[in-house]
Design a protein around this ligand. Structure first.
Ligand SMILES: [Zn+2]
Length: 286
């Protein structure tokens, strides 16, 4: 526990930039003859069995730290690579998003409406979520429209964010994405669709120290030329944005307290039979 806190403090505030290491990884992939595909490319070509013999999908979830995301993108662009960035509502950045899309890379929506709804209304379990799936879908649809306005185009794909409250509830944000929503926005894929990921042969995600990668570093797969490599990245793992990390830690603590209070109020109201639904929503007939 103590060790984990020390590693977290190191990563948040002391870690030197790992961007040179990132650039070297990309250069190694290029040297090994990898073609770089966006997630939308993977959806279009993978389903048809038309992937290049060696392909790499680089996906960055911009959970925080747009400045580091911008520097990661500029490294990729200088190497002429096509990659995919997913932006949350809190990290939307019209300038960077348009720059990415105009270069031929992809920008998608990193959505979390289920988690946001659960936190706002003190929902405590999967059953609560089921009862409010339609309301959550309405939020998601409205926010995809907002994303499209900011990005200047509709997303081709979307990717579920994993929030602490999702882990608490054991429900993923993508559990509310249905066929109607996909059809309405012409979505090619949700990043966690099984069919989308079927061609991937080696998958790696960046991780906090001391591991840095899950399940391990990608170097060996790159060296042996694995057919389809998928890298899932987060700016926070590559450079310490001290101010932003401090703000995130404070916000996370405040969110936890607010959620606990809302859960307690809701549980109390339910016990007294006064509340069957989140307070700001119309009650459903029993
Ligand atoms: Zn995320």
């Amino acid at each position: 526990m103590m060790k984990a806190a020390m590693f977290r403090a190191y990563q948040n505030f002391l870690m030197p930039s790992r961007l040179p290491e990132y650039e070297q990884l990309l250069r190694d992939l290029v040297a090994q003859g990898y073609s770089f595909l966006t997630v939308a490319d993977l959806a279009r070509q993978g389903a048809l069995g038309r992937l290049p013999p060696r392909c790499c999908i680089v996906r960055t979830d911009v959970d925080s730290d747009v400045a580091t995301a911008r520097d990661m993108f500029r490294i990729e662009r200088a190497l002429g690579l096509r990659t995919t960035y997913y932006f949350r509502l809190r990290t939307l950045d019209p300038g960077l998003m348009r720059e990415i899309a105009d270069s031929g890379s992809e920008v998608g929506y990193h959505y979390e409406e289920l988690a946001t709804f659960a936190k706002r209304h003190g929902l405590r379990n999967g059953g609560d979520i089921d009862a409010w799936a339609d309301a959550i879908r309405t939020d998601l649809a409205r926010n995809i429209e907002r994303f499209a306005e900011v990005a200047g185009r509709s997303p081709l794909t979307i990717a579920s964010h994993g929030d602490w409250v999702n882990r608490r509830l054991r429900v993923f944000n993508h559990s509310v994405v249905d066929a109607a929503l996909r059809a309405r926005f012409g979505l090619l894929a949700e990043a966690y669709d099984d069919w989308l990921n079927a061609p991937v042969r080696a998958r790696f995600a960046d991780a906090p120290p001391p591991a840095w990668w899950v399940p391990g570093a990608p170097a060996a797969s790159v060296a042996e030329g694995a057919a389809c490599i998928y890298l899932l990245l987060h700016p926070r793992q590559w450079r310490a944005n001290r101010r932003e990390n401090l703000r995130l830690d404070v916000e996370r603590a405040a969110e936890g307290v607010a959620y606990a209070v809302r859960c307690a109020i809701r549980a109390n109201a339910e016990r007294k039979g006064r509340l069957k639904a989140p307070a700001s929503m119309p009650e459903r007939s029993a």
